[in-house]
Design a protein around this ligand. Structure first.
Ligand SMILES: Nc1ncnc2c1ncn2[C@@H]1O[C@H](COP(=O)(O)OP(=O)(O)OP(=O)(O)O)[C@@H](O)[C@H]1O
Ligand SMILES: [Mg+2]
Length: 349
């Protein structure tokens, strides 16, 4: 035999009162008709204070735009994104952030008001912001350190190696006729090894912080890595510049360069591509950097942050750098077709 299961009004009342999310209902003018215990905690007002109060007391004028937009969309039957974020002014004067879902109250076929469910995400949001700030500081500190090490390698370590090569040359040329053949070969070997060490050191310093970026700017530096891909890895790589070129701050140039450097290093290491294209496009109020390849593509996880736990930090680093510049980044990849990374960064007015 089938058992009918129905919630009585009393059951609903219990759910409403004891839900851990704040809930309240207000009429078309914004006068609160009912609110639960969690709403007391969220707003700082008691239930008695809340009932009859107008929502503009905690959704003050400065935060009301978002709420009005939601109201308008609901009334016009447009879809709204649930849940959305909304700021509120608590009774103690502190501004909080909540995640809200809103729907219409319809009685007898008529719209009579709005009901809301809200979760306090203030602490979470603050933690996220602190984390972002921290990541920003670390990224900047890392760049400063790289610059310092690159400069030291270049200025302090390269000259003694150069001197050593010159001294080996002069010893060999002065004493050449008198030298035994095996010693001549040994000196020649030694000279080649020092040249090789110097070459490694220069490459390492360039990777840490390419001088070309500081001296000649982003476009020259992008061309430099593209040439390296073509010359040393057989990938046909090009740089295209479109739109009217704006001057970019040193920080924007550096972070965009790091994004391209990582994307191109991924192409070199993972893509098995024969072609790579870097495009820097200047638009009215933003600059768009796109790096694409015709390689094997990959499945990007739906939450790219999960890559971090497997020690893969490249893609996340690109997202963070774009965000540091107030911009955004998109990665699109299709198996067998290739991958495209696009960073968009706003330009100052
Ligand atoms: N252009 C690409 N083509 C094919 N696969 C790619 C491409 N870019 C990234 N991937 C895949 O995505 C994964 C994550 O990339 P990510 O740059 O985050 O990490 P990684 O390159 O493996 O390591 P890290 O950058 O930290 O040295 C790579 O391991 C690779 O499997
Ligand atoms: Mg990588």
């Amino acid at each position: 035999m089938e058992t009918r299961f129905e919630l009585t009004e009393q059951n609903y009342r219990y759910l409403f009162d004891n839900a851990s999310d704040a809930m309240w209902v207000h009429d078309m003018e914004g006068n609160i008709l009912d609110a639960n215990k969690a709403c007391e905690k969220l707003t700082g007002y008691t239930r008695d204070e809340l009932v009859g109060m107008n929502i503009t007391r905690f959704l003050t004028e400065e935060f009301l735009d978002a709420a009005r937009e939601v109201k308008r969309k609901l009334l016009e039957g447009e879809a709204i994104e649930q849940s959305y974020e909304q700021r509120l002014l608590r009774k103690d004067g502190i501004i909080g952030i909540m995640k809200m879902a809103t729907s219409l109250v319809i009685i007898g076929g008529e719209i009579r008001g709005f009901q809301h469910i809200a979760r306090d995400v203030t602490t979470e949001k603050q933690m996220q912001e602190n984390m972002r700030f921290y990541v920003g500081q670390i990224t900047r500190a890392q760049e400063d350190e790289r610059k310092l090490i690159a400069r030291q390698l270049h200025d302090d370590m390269a000259p003694p190696l150069l001197l050593l090569i010159q001294r080996l040359d002069s010893v060999t040329s002065r004493t050449r006729p008198k030298l035994h053949n095996s010693l001549k070969d040994a000196l020649e070997d030694l000279r080649n090894q020092v040249i090789e060490a110097l070459e490694y050191l220069r490459r390492f310093a360039q990777d840490l912080r390419p001088r070309i970026l500081d001296d000649l700017g982003l476009i020259a530096a992008l061309e430099w890595i593209a040439e390296d891909l073509a010359k040393n890895y057989g990938i046909d790589a090009h740089v295209e510049v479109a739109g009217i070129e704006h001057s970019l701050s040193a920080e924007v140039q550096l972070l965009l360069f790091r994004i391209a450097q990582e994307a191109l290093s991924n192409i070199r290491r993972h893509a098995k591509a024969s072609m790579a294209e870097v495009e820097l496009k200047f638009e009215n109020n933003k600059v768009r950097l796109s790096i694409s390849d015709n390689g094997k593509g990959f499945d990007l996880p739906s939450h790219p942050e999960s890559l971090a736990s497997t020690g893969k930090l490249g893609i996340i680093g690109m997202y963070e750098r774009a965000r540091l510049l107030g911009g955004s980044l998109k990665v699109q990849s299709e198996l067998g077709k290739g991958t495209q990374v696009v960073a968009e960064v706003p330009l100052p007015e």
